[in-house]
Write a new protein. Structure first.
Ligand code: ATP
Ligand code: MG
Length: 421
């Protein structure tokens, strides 16, 4: 016997019992983005490796350990499955000169790839919806992003997602902070783990993002960037807070919030839940004013965020959010050749009338077909046999209540069905 082929570890099939939730989520997100005037951008799933190394940063978890990078053996190029969406979005915006005339409000969605240890809420292929505003200096747009997130949580029926905000200041204030951080951590060399020691001089800010519980204490007491903040960044941060307060958005300031990617400056934020164990961050983002120039464009400010779809769906389950599932209006059962001709005609007619219709396929007794009709979730069965063909009528049987079966003309059946919805 040949060995069966399985999906790759950490990369999930999403089956019909789950996909209806995804479709509900996507539809909600779609309407929400339209309400704020964001337009969709779609970029390839594979990019030149260099794009991610340059944007996310060489000394980060993603680039050092998590990227699916491979050589295209046909031409020797180093390619990478996208681990996140911002870099690709910025690349496409520059390549097509979209910032030429005006700033852009954009969004993307789709699978991302990171070679992490698979566990609940952490996968190797996972899905994000990301929002990017390019060409905006903020802080109004930073606030817009946070306010729109809050609206989405309520649309999705989830509450109790905590907002943490922080600021990374300007490049200059980060340089000053970096020196202080190195001095501080040098005092605790024996307490740093291997990653932290290796990054102490190359990227000390990354140490603050460590998830190692043994370093929690020394990280908590580390010098805070917020204390080295330049005046403009401080004003930016205060204006953001002002708008959030006016919009009744609760937040905590987390001075150690740095995010796992190097391109952020000024505003950073995370939405965190306590209901999903260690994988509690459902959405995260911030400002990245330096990235566009770094990728080779004319310098322009920007900010954005991305949310993890799997984690949000898990949270919706925790909160018992109401998710509507599409069920067929009608299931047509029939027996006999002439009845078959009528059934096919009726099925297309019902669809013309906007009714979701399943036409039974595969034959079988009426009893067996009715079982299928019942299992389909349809509200009505439309029954066509020799008697119905003779009378040029159809039998309509309600499946979800005790109402009587009736025999009527097809047009009347349509009216009766529509009256029920
Ligand atoms: P974490 O701290 O959980 O590793 P991150 O900081 O690496 O997250 P981002 O790069 O900011 O995550 O991605 C934004 C969101 O995408 C996260 O908040 C999370 O909801 C989701 N996400 C990130 N990595 C994964 C993954 N491997 N599996 C599922 N969702 C993920
Ligand atoms: Mg991560």
């Amino acid at each position: 016997m040949t060995r069966s082929v399985k999906a790759i570890r950490g990369m999930n099939d999403i089956l019909p019992e789950e996909t209806y939730k995804w479709e509900f989520f996507e539809q909600t997100v779609h309407e929400w983005l339209a309400a704020y005037g964001y337009r969709n951008i779609r970029t390839p799933i594979v990019e030149q490796t260099d794009l991610f190394v340059r944007s996310i940063g060489a000394v980060t978890d993603i680039v050092e350990k998590e990227m699916y990078t491979f050589v295209d053996h046909l031409n020797g190029d180093s390619l990478t499955l996208r681990p996140e969406g911002t870099a690709s979005c910025v690349r496409a915006v520059l390549e097509h000169n979209l910032l030429y005339a005006s700033p852009q409000r954009l969004y993307y969605s789709g699978p991302m790839f990171r070679h992490e240890r698979p566990q609940k809420g952490r996968y190797r292929q996972f899905h994000q919806v990301g929002v990017e505003a390019l060409g905006y200096a903020g802080p109004d747009i930073d606030a817009e992003h946070i306010v729109m997130c809050a609206r989405l949580w309520s649309k999705l029926g989830i509450s109790g997602v905590r907002l943490e905000i922080g600021t990374l200041g300007s490049i200059e204030s980060r340089a000053l902070h970096r020196t202080r951080l190195i001095k501080y951590f040098e005092q605790y060399l024996d307490k740093l783990d291997a990653d932290a020691r290796r990054r102490l001089y190359s990227n000390p800010l990354r140490i603050l993002d460590s998830k190692n519980p043994e370093m929690r204490e020394i990280i908590a007491a580390a010098p805070r960037l917020i204390d080295d903040l330049d005046e403009d960044s401080l004003l930016h941060f205060e204006t953001l807070q002002h708008i959030l307060r006016k919009q009744n958005i609760n937040f905590e300031i987390n001075p150690q919030l740095v995010r796992g990617l190097d391109y952020y400056n000024r505003t950073v934020f995370e939405w965190v839940t306590d209901k999903l164990g260690a994988q509690g961050t459902v959405c995260a983002g911030g400002r990245y004013d330096g990235l566009i120039a770094q990728i080779g464009g004319k310098s322009a400010p920007a900010c954005g965020f991305a949310m993890g779809v799997e984690r949000l769906l898990a949270l919706m389950l925790e909160y018992g959010s109401e998710i509507t599932q599409s069920v067929p209006h009608v299931y047509i059962v029939y027996q006999g050749k002439a009845a078959g001709d009528l059934a096919w005609k009726a099925a297309e007619y019902l669809r013309d009338e906007g009714l979701k219709t399943i036409l039974h396929c595969g034959g079988g007794s009426f009893k067996a077909q009715m079982k299928k009709a019942d299992a389909s979730g349809a509200r009505f069965a439309l029954i066509i046999g020799d008697d119905e063909v003779q009378a040029e009528e159809v039998s309509l049987k309600p499946l979800r209540d005790a109402a009587e079966q009736t025999r009527v003309e097809l047009r009347t059946a349509v009216d009766l069905i529509k009256k029920q919805y």
